[in-house]
Design a protein around this ligand. Structure first.
Ligand code: NG1
Length: 478
């Protein structure tokens, strides 16, 4: 039986979380062995000088991530298992006392911006608003009265809208740069992760905190099991013979542009409330499926059964939910829904809750399997395949391209393949024996990318093997 008490954080990880992100003094240290990043950082310093006519004082980087298993469960309060990528968002900057922020990107496809830090507004989904989220989060959290002015140049190599968390990397990078620029006394990785998980919600998505946590807490060579309320983590090491290969469908997964993500958050909340009422709990106090489990004091395996007992398999119509909870339509909207989901007329409560509890169980099984020295790749791959099937059938956050790619990956030698991140496009990850990575990638290259002219052009950034990278850091330049 698995209860939440089995998930006490490892002491060493708990200590590391209470340290601030590392500060390096050279680009080489900052690149942590990545030749690609080293070259990028040098290029960024040169571009900064060419643009602003002075050398940057600092470089701050924050990585993207893949999630190995545990999709769409962080916002229900359950642990997830991500690892950081080598790809990151990096910002070079100097400070001044203008009170203004000049924000530019090395890529011409992103517009420049100059405004008073005090005047920043987060209303739409412009790229720089993710930077503003991080900046505003720090300014508000530390009650900084007159935030310092900054000239900033950004460079990123995380494919955007691909489920690899480029948006959170930008938020985390901006937050850490704001901390350094304003001399905020050493916030810890944990504190920064909490602030960034909150402030990215200014954009309008009700995320759970996985992406910001791994961006700060990642360490080279290990994936992390991250748990919430409060945020904590422990190391998970994949078998030494295992490699992770990322393949991007190139179907853009821009969750801020659609309500799908927040709709799932609302369905999970209402599912928890309906079950709570059925079980005689004060349902108004329950907001998350994780909270419901705690209130019922049951293990995850039992929660899967509770879902089947308490919720019917059809979608619940809005008036049916109101009637059952004995609330008016307005009260349901204001108490359980969110501004971008007010249009919802039906709710898939059974499917969503069944996914959350079974996926949470798979995360724990995956972690335990990794701790077993005789674990097989097939065992881990099976959990990943089951996770993908659950995302596809119960959570309905896959898409035909991801499903098709998963089938190709299986035929090409993957032990397990699943979508990673929010889904509805973006990337799949595959667990592949290290010895077979080249042949696996060759097959996917031929069957998925070369056969398609648009995909073929982007293959070099879309299909790659990866291993766990380090977390956000600062580089102090002279
Ligand atoms: P991405 O893949 O970055 O859209 C989102 C959420 C995560 C998590 C996953 C699904 C944000 C910033 N990120 O990730 O918290 O819920 O979806 O597992 O909202």
């Amino acid at each position: 039986m698995v209860t939440r008490d089995h998930l006490k954080p490892r002491d060493c990880c708990a200590i590391k979380m209470t340290t601030p992100p590392p500060v390096f003094s050279s680009l080489t240290e900052c690149a942590q062995g990545s030749q690609v990043n080293h070259e990028r950082y040098k290029g960024l310093v040169d571009s900064f000088q060419a643009k602003y006519g002075e050398k940057p004082k600092y470089l701050v980087r924050a990585p993207g991530r893949v999630n190995l298993i545990g999709e769409h469960i962080d916002y229900s309060g359950y642990g997830v298992l991500p690892m950081a990528l080598e790809q990151d968002i990096t910002t070079a900057f100097v400070t001044n006392d203008s009170g203004e922020i000049c924000l530019a990107n090395v890529s011409d496809s992103y517009s420049e911006l100059k405004c008073k830090v005090a005047d920043i507004k987060i209303s739409g989904h412009n790229w720089y608003e993710y930077f503003f989220c991080g900046l505003k989060g720090i300014v508000e959290h530390f009650s900084i009265d007159s935030p310092i002015g900054m000239k900033v140049l950004l460079d990123g190599n995380i494919p955007p809208s691909a489920g690899l968390s480029s948006s959170s990397a930008l938020v985390c990078c901006a937050a850490l740069a704001t901390v350094v620029a304003n001399n905020v006394p050493s916030p810890t990785k944990k504190e920064l992760a909490e602030i960034c998980a909150k402030c990215e919600r200014y954009i309008g998505t009700e995320g759970g905190g996985m992406d910001q946590s791994i961006s700060f807490m990642a360490e080279p060579g290990v994936a992390k099991m991250i748990e919430f309320n409060p945020i904590r983590c422990s190391d998970v090491k994949l078998p030494s013979s295992a490699a992770i290969v990322v393949s991007n469908t190139l179907v853009l997964a821009n969750k801020a542009a659609f309500a799908n993500y927040n709709e799932r958050v609302v369905e999970c909340r209402i599912a928890a409330q309906v079950i709570a009422k059925k079980k005689g709990l004060k349902w108004q106090d329950i907001r998350k499926l994780g909270q419901l489990m705690e209130a019922l004091q049951l293990p995850l395996e039992k929660m899967v059964i509770v879902v089947a007992e308490c919720l019917h398999g059809e979608a619940y119509m809005r008036n049916e939910v109101c009637k059952f909870l004995e609330v008016s339509d307005e009260d349901l909207a204001s108490g359980s829904m969110s501004p971008s989901t007010l249009h919802m007329q039906k709710f898939e409560l059974h499917k969503r809750a069944a996914h959350v509890y079974s996926e949470s169980l798979r995360v724990i099984q995956f972690k335990k399997a990794c701790e077993n020295p005789s674990v097989t790749m097939e065992e881990l791959g099976k959990l990943m395949n089951e996770s993908h099937a659950s995302c596809r059938d119960l959570y309905e956050c896959s898409c035909p391209e991801l499903d098709g790619l998963a089938v190709l990956c299986e035929k090409s030698g993957s032990c397990g393949t699943r979508l990673t991140g929010a889904g509805w496009g973006g990337c799949a990850i595959s667990l592949v024996p290290k010895d077979n990575v080249d042949s696996f990638m060759q097959r996917i290259s031929e069957s998925f990318y070369q056969a398609h002219p648009v995909r073929a052009k982007q293959i070099s950034t879309s299909l790659f093997a990866t291993s766990p990278g380090g977390g956000a850091s600062v580089c102090k330049l002279e």
